[in-house]
Design a protein around this ligand. Structure first.
Ligand code: GLN
Length: 464
């Protein structure tokens, strides 16, 4: 813990940590030392980890990257945080992320990092002028920069897999329902999942086993199925493994350097005994409008709890007595949200409110739900012909900070390869596959059928 705190201090310019408290971290580390000395301590005892600031924690403040949660301190730990602590981890601090996990670049940040006066995008350790990806951008950046051996992330539409790809680290999002969402600040509840980001599939296996498991009393979508010890599944052979490559995942929109790295990785898999088969996911493109309707709809509902009454920020001097149309309470809600939410969050709330409103619900929300079902069915068709699906996690390498400017749709379109698996609730992971344009990392995405995390981790481990 001391070693990593030192590195975190030396590399503060990455802007990755939004909360640090050396006293808390070192107290946890001393307790771990005592447990190790006593013997019989669990496998992760003393292993330092940093948590995405979307998980609530008692020992550190929680902001979800938003001004609206300024000053908020949770009275309980998220289940994932608690389970990792029970497995022995030591918390290094909290990590920056896109506000409420809405974003693909870690540029939608409203909370200044430790040592900064103003909020700034997290930097990619491979090239500080580029984004680390998002929304778990800082989680990927700290593992890549060796500021932490492991970090937690969350993935609603790709937020573990895409930053893993952009920073050259390994990350896995389990089957929807495997990891408890209790204490994860909610963005889109039917999609949100937690997962680990680390240097290898082996590390991810250890962490994922500790993070997952039923939490039926606290999360109504938690699945009642015991977790496996994923570490024990890392010795399987790849002989005969059918790797399905959807033709839609290697189309014209993919950068040549990314395509070359993916092709080379698939070639390596063939040398390891796997078979490459062509499959199709015909509704890949539709996953973008479908996701951005459903995720916005759920976000607009989830974020209604941030009203200045129960949590965090409340506007001051909100009352204008000359405004006879609105009560003092309504004026307080309005000004709190105006001040507290960033532009992208407001955009999603407006889109979500619109698609759920009377007269538009059938045309947008209901139709999106129908296509979501078809996307899930397409995967089941594909899995008749293959054991895992492979392709890039993103069409390009990490772009420059500011490159997408004020065009949110440019970010949305870049999510095309992670959204289908998210909409279907399937497990997905990303592992380093080589380098593409500008010598930036390229990740190989592997998608498995429900509960096939072990298969994914084994395939990634054999490759590494
Ligand atoms: N980029 C996607 C979005 O902005 C996914 C984010 C995520 O997975 N949290 O919604």
């Amino acid at each position: 813990a001391q070693h990593f705190l030192g590195r975190i201090g030396a590399h503060g310019a990455l802007g990755a940590f939004v909360a640090l408290d050396a006293d808390v971290t070192l107290a946890q580390a001393r307790a771990a030392d005592e447990k190790l000395a006593a013997g019989g301590a669990p496998a992760l005892t003393g292993v330092p980890i940093a948590h995405k600031d979307i998980f609530v924690t008692t020992d550190f403040p929680t902001t979800a990257g938003s001004k609206i949660l300024a000053g908020y301190r949770s009275p309980f730990d998220a289940t994932v945080v608690r389970k990792l602590a029970e497995a022995g981890t030591v918390t290094l601090g909290k990590l920056s992320c896109d506000e409420f996990a809405m974003g693909s670049s870690n540029e939608n940040v409203a909370v200044p990092a430790v040592g900064f006066d103003v909020a700034a995008p997290v930097r990619n350790p491979w090239d500080g002028s580029r984004i680390p990806g998002g929304s778990s951008g800082a989680s990927a950046a700290v593992v890549a920069a060796r500021l932490a051996p492991a970090a937690t992330g969350t993935d609603t539409g790709g937020s573990i897999r895409q930053p893993a790809s952009f920073c050259g680290v390994t990350g896995i999002k389990p089957t929807y329902g495997r990891a408890s969402r209790y204490g994860m600040v909610a963005f889109a509840s039917s999609l949100d999942q937690a997962g680990p980001m680390a240097r290898s599939a082996e590390d991810c296996a250890l962490l994922l086993s500790a993070m997952c498991g039923p939490d039926l009393d606290r999360d109504s979508t938690s699945i009642d199925r015991p977790v496996e010890d994923f570490s024990r599944s890392l010795s399987g052979t790849l002989e005969g493994l059918r790797i399905g490559v959807p033709k839609e995942f290697l189309g014209d929109g993919v950068a040549p350097g990314v395509r070359a790295a993916i092709d080379a990785a698939l070639g390596e898999y063939e040398k390891l005994g796997a078979k490459r088969v062509a499959v199709t996911l015909p509704r890949t493109e539709l996953s973008i409008p479908v996701y951005y309707i459903i995720a916005a709809a759920e976000a607009s509902s989830n974020l209604s709890r941030f009203d200045g009454v129960k949590f965090g920020h409340r506007a001051k001097d909100f009352y204008d007595p000359s405004n006879t149309k609105k009560s003092a309470l309504e004026q307080m809600y309005e000004m709190t949200r105006e001040e507290g939410f960033g532009d992208e969050v407001k955009r999603r709330i407006m889109i979500g409110t619109y698609v759920l409103s009377h007269g538009y619900y059938d045309a947008y929300y209901l139709r999106a739900q129908r296509v979501r079902r078809m996307i899930a069915d397409d995967f089941q068709q594909a899995f008749k012909e293959c054991d895992v699906i492979a392709g890039p996690a993103a069409p390009t390498v990490a772009w420059k900070i500011g490159e997408h400017g004020d065009d949110p749709v440019a970010d949305y379109l870049a999510d095309i390869f992670t959204l289908p698996g998210s909409l279907a609730g399937l497990p997905g992971m990303c592992l380093p596959a080589g380098f593409g344009e500008n010598n930036m990392p390229v990740g190989l995405q592997l998608i498995g059928n429900y509960f096939n995390e072990a298969k994914l981790l084994n395939a990634a481990h054999r490759f590494q």
